[in-house]
Design a binder for this molecule. Structure first.
Ligand code: GCB
Length: 637
């Protein structure tokens, strides 16, 4: 049986289950709204101040065998210090920390600036993977589930300006069949250890991998959110906006749009409206142009609060088999990426941020996918500023139990079932979609939402599970960007049940790697057949969101055998030959940008090696071929 298509190298052992197939997804999700009161990313403005809490914090694991968080009501034991931001797993030379399953604690002292006595102030955590709790001294003040989106606590009433307090963040890395991404905790047979299993192919890095902030906003009247949907009317650019303010706001809303020289190009007033820019400069892939959309709350001629959002004016549309940006057909070149580097794990790092974008530019990549979770918001801002196009993905990865089947040998249990991916998982998934879109809705770089990577879209229950989620994404995005899911190789055009619910077809294919291994002739025929099948069935554009081969940097072969640099090069060439024969293919994103860490198992040697760059960002031979192809395709040579 050919089951090893796509991700397949897992230590996941599926629980033995017997499920009724019927599902009831009728529950209203209205109760699961976004938890952030102030959606806007903290920043310094004339009315807001910002204190970074990044740096070294005290650190401790929760007690052994502790399943639930013991609220930490005292100082942590002295000893371990940890950098924030960083995943904690690879920082210490301690296997217990590396493999820990459960809660950990981060702690430090914080002083609220004494000048903030008339302000409101909040703690904001950009991400706590996968669950976080904020304690101010002994008090639990906020909690959040979902490892890659922000949450906050308003601490104004708990600590006075000028006072010092003990800030503790508890973080839990456990994944269950009802979390996004899902996983399961196994109790080992002989020693009774708790081990985290999961179906996805990247290491379960955890902790505070992004920044932590203390910031102020005006006490009573402040801006909570800004939505800016862009459009074009002849030579003019339109920003259709909505401003949400705090309940007590009585002041007027004033809008000023500035161009890159700081010149005012449009003005408007009121909480909703349209700002019109005559002679607009569009945001274009490879040629970003950003306006500052400045929102002021003005009361008796005084600016009470001010915040500005960078807005790129561009349109995005699917038309027949084309993907149009500013009404011009766009062809995606680039990668599926990961947030991953040595020691830091998923820790956000500015040096890697800038260097990775340099490499994207060098190789001629005009796009990437945030596989398989929302990336740090700084990454999205950088993409906005540098004209890189982004497919923005939720953390819904590993929703296919069939993926363990090929390795474990037995028949996999059904994916969608009460004991597997169920109504609670779907609610967590809906929440993950809403939080991603709430955070990233204004980014010009984001041109579509991917609501899942490689779910079991061929299985019973897939349609009932995904139809409401596709709708959640459509309802959540005021700009109505296209919505996709990324298709797993097993779910071919013959057996897929959900593609008609989405706007484009995104395919991950590994002919020549997981099947037809080492036989590119056979693989080419298989790929051709598959592609024709999709084309016949759907009048939609197709993006290859993954294709790639594990490649050991420095391994060479005159026969271009698997794992060699020659094989990766010939493998990618073969895919490109096929793509070039089909107009329906409107994008190619190689798996992966760089080698990355995974769970160690019998099939992964220090991680996944499908990178075109090594983990420390050195090019493999295929990088040069890609560079020649892509720079020509995007017209920079
Ligand atoms: C896939 C997955 C990706 C894996 C990749 C692989 O299909 O989407 O997360 O890393 O295959 O290398 O197996």
């Amino acid at each position: 049986m050919k089951v090893l298509i796509g991700l397949s190298l897992l230590s996941f052992v599926a629980p033995s289950l017997a499920f009724p197939a019927a599902q009831n997804y009728a529950r209203n999700d209205a109760a699961h709204q976004h938890p952030l009161h102030i959606q806007l990313k903290p920043k310094n403005t004339a009315t807001r101040e910002l204190v970074s809490l990044d740096g070294l914090w005290d650190f401790a694991l929760a007690q052994e065998g502790n399943d639930t968080a013991t609220p930490w009501t005292s100082r942590l034991p002295k000893g371990l210090e940890i950098p924030v931001p960083a995943s904690y797993n690879d920082i210490f030379i301690d296997r217990k920390i590396h493999d820990h399953v459960g809660w950990v604690y981060y702690q430090r002292e914080v002083i609220v600036p004494r000048g903030w006595s008339d302000e409101r102030y909040l703690i904001r955590i950009e991400a706590a993977t996968h669950e976080g709790r904020i304690y101010v001294n002994d008090e639990l003040v906020a909690e959040h589930v979902g490892g890659y989106t922000p949450f906050e606590a308003d601490i104004t009433s708990l600590v006075s300006a000028g006072e010092k307090f003990r800030l503790t963040i508890a973080v839990n890395n456990e994944l269950t069949h009802e979390t996004i991404p899902p996983g399961n905790i196994e109790i080992t047979e002989f020693t009774g250890k708790r081990v985290q299993r999961y179906q996805h192919d990247f290491y379960n890095y955890a902790g505070l991998a992004r920044s932590v902030w203390l910031y102020s906003v005006p006490r009573e009247q402040y801006i909570r959110d800004v939505v800016a949907v862009t459009g074009v009317d002849g030579a003019a650019g339109l920003i259709n906006y909505t401003v949400t303010t705090s309940e007590g706001t009585t002041g007027d809303i004033r809008i000023t749009v500035l161009d890159e020289d700081g010149t005012t190009v449009a003005e408007a007033s009121g909480a909703h409206g349209i700002a019109r820019i005559n002679s607009v400069k569009l945001w274009q892939p490879g040629a970003a142009y950003l306006y500052q959309f400045v929102v002021d709350i003005v009361d008796s001629d005084t600016v009470i609060d001010t915040y500005s959002v960078a807005v790129g004016i561009r349109t995005v549309k699917v038309s027949g088999r084309q993907f149009l940006i500013n009404d011009k057909p766009f062809y995606f070149t680039g990668f599926g990426k990961h947030e991953d580097s040595a020691i830091r794990g998923k820790g956000h790092d500015q040096a890697y941020l800038v260097h990775d974008f340099q490499l994207l530019d060098w190789i001629g990549a005009n796009s990437f996918r945030t596989s398989h979770y929302p990336y740090a918001e700084e990454v999205m801002e950088f993409a906005d500023r540098h004209g890189i196009v982004v497919i923005d993905e939720t953390p819904a990865v590993g929703l296919a139990y069939s993926i363990g089947g090929g390795v474990s040998g037995g028949d996999p249990p059904p994916t969608f079932s009460p004991e597997g991916i169920n109504n609670n998982t779907r609610r967590a998934h809906a929440q993950a979609i809403r939080e991603l879109i709430a955070r990233d809705k204004n980014h010009a770089s984001v041109v579509m939402w991917s609501i899942a990577n490689e779910p079991a879209s061929n299985e019973e229950g897939a349609r009932e599970y995904f139809a409401p989620l596709a709708q959640v994404a459509r309802d959540a995005d005021p700009a109505h960007r296209p919505v996709v899911f990324v298709n797993l190789g097993l779910a071919t055009y013959k057996v897929d049940r959900i593609t008609d619910l989405f706007d484009l077809i995104c395919l991950n294919r590994y002919f020549g790697w997981y099947s037809e291994t080492g036989d590119l002739e056979e693989a080419e025929a298989a790929l051709e057949e598959e592609l024709k099948g999709w084309e016949k069935k759907f009048e939609k554009p197709i993006i290859f969101t993954e294709y790639g081969a594990d490649t050991m940097a420095g391994l060479h072969s005159v026969f271009a055998l698997p794992w060699s640099e020659e094989y990766q090069t010939e493998f990618l060439d073969m895919y490109h030959r096929v793509f070039d024969r089909h107009d329906s293919v409107i994008g190619e994103q190689v798996w992966n940008f760089a080698d990355f860490q995974t769970n160690m198992g019998i099939n992964r040697v220090d991680g996944n090696k499908k990178g075109v760059f090594t983990r420390d960002r050195k090019p493999k031979a295929s990088a040069h071929n890609l560079r020649a192809r892509w720079r020509k395709l995007i017209g920079v040579e």
